[in-house]
Write a protein of this length. Structure first.
Length: 80
């Protein structure tokens, strides 16, 4: 299974969208990578897909919106 995820850094006040087949490993990678510049990334949202192609398509769809409000709407709907 593949996941499209949204993480958030309160230090940078920034969202990041990605996809992976191992969400826990990927979150750990984000938190320890020096070039990202912060270790406070928190998982806010994810969707599950059967294939990487589906996940990549959805990742690009989310990224193409280019609006913070769209990401916040996805997260809010998930948490209701």
């Amino acid at each position: 299974m593949f996941k499209v995820y949204i993480i958030y850094s309160s230090i940078k006040d920034r969202f990041y969208v990605g996809q992976t087949d191992d969400l826990e490993r990927r979150l750990t990678d984000h938190r320890i990578r020096k070039n990202i510049g912060t270790s406070d990334w928190v998982l806010k949202y994810f969707e599950t897909f059967e294939t990487r192609a589906e996940a990549m398509k959805r990742e690009l769809e989310i990224k193409s919106k280019k609006r913070r409000s769209y990401l916040e709407t996805l997260i809010k709907k998930e948490n209701e």
